[in-house]
Design a protein around this ligand. Structure first.
Ligand SMILES: [Zn+2]
Length: 308
């Protein structure tokens, strides 16, 4: 069955890019609503202030994920909340926010996850559907790529590669089991950045709210923050956290096995466009139909490779 949050909850905090205080409320929603944002600071008609969390509303995927509706109303840095909603199994929710960016909190999804867990979920009387990948699809850009194949589960095999001796090549193969596993393995992994880049972004007026409280910062010697890493492989696991949030913009939980090399918000956005560009790439199924013969996937020998 589809689920929503038991009751509303509020979270406030500084935003990463503009450095102002953002106040948001997560509200229960009826079945088939999906995840919808509402800008309460804009006094237009109700319809004009609603922004559906859908891949075709993505307007920027540089540094963060930003969605914009057809009236030009937008909200950005949605990926960590989207990850918490996806990982915790929230199918429907209305998110009210009083500015154009969500709070960065501690740079992970853990605060959202704790709130969702303490409030609990409510089952709605409508069956949940999954977006199941029907055939292999590849999107590549320079030396990075995302490949997705049919699977009865949601799997993310992610590799990152950085010229830094603390990271180098880091790989983690995540197979989604349940919300507790998502909470323990992924949800508290923080975003990270390199000191040189941080300084140049600051000079350009970006990441005004960025600090050691909401990101792991690396310099040539190692980690600048006083506290240690929260998890082994925290860097690649944060990239998986981002991916789980961004891919939820398909509008459904996904059944598919993703292999990602040096990914990011942009690459996830492009693979969503590739998946949805052809109706034969995917189908909507119910959980019980996963093992049903007539729903069984058709494998195509030739994958679709797109390149910029
Ligand atoms: Zn992130």
């Amino acid at each position: 069955m589809q689920k929503t949050v038991n009751k509303s909850f509020n979270i406030s905090g500084i935003t990463l890019h503009s450095g102002i205080i953002s106040n948001l409320s997560v509200h229960p929603a009826t079945a088939n609503t999906g995840i919808v944002f509402r800008r309460v600071d804009i006094k237009n008609s109700n319809e004009e202030t609603l922004i559906e969390a859908k891949f075709n509303n993505v307007s920027t995927s540089n540094l963060c994920t930003k969605i914009t509706n057809k009236y030009g109303i937008s909200v950005s840095t949605i990926e960590h909340l989207m990850s918490a909603l996806h990982g915790m199994g929230v199918d429907n929710a209305i998110i009210e926010v009083d500015c154009d960016e969500l709070p960065i909190l501690d740079g992970s999804s853990v605060e959202y996850v704790s709130q969702i867990q303490s409030i609990g979920l409510k089952s709605l009387n409508v069956e949940k559907k999954f977006l199941s990948i029907s055939r292999p699809i590849v999107f590549s850009m320079n030396d990075s790529f995302v490949k997705v194949s049919p699977s009865d589960n949601f799997e993310v095999d992610y590799t990152i590669s950085y010229d830094h001796n603390l990271i180098k090549e880091q790989r983690f193969n995540y197979e989604f089991k349940d919300s507790n596993q998502f909470k323990n393995l992924i949800s508290n992994c923080r975003t990270f950045g390199f000191k040189d880049e941080v300084d140049s972004l600051r000079k350009r007026g970006l990441i005004a709210g960025g600090s050691l409280d909401n990101a792991i910062v690396l310099d040539k010697q190692g980690i600048v923050n006083k506290d240690k890493l929260r998890q082994e492989n925290e860097f690649v696991k944060h990239k998986i956290l981002d991916f789980i949030g961004d891919i939820y913009l398909l509008g459904y939980s996904v059944k598919g096995a993703f292999e990602i090399y040096k990914g990011g918000h942009r690459l996830t956005h492009e693979i969503m466009n590739s998946i949805m560009s052809d109706q034969s790439n995917w189908r909507l199924i119910k959980q019980e139909n996963l093992n049903d013969k007539k729903y069984q996937k058709t494998y195509y020998t030739k994958s679709i490779a797109l390149s910029l």
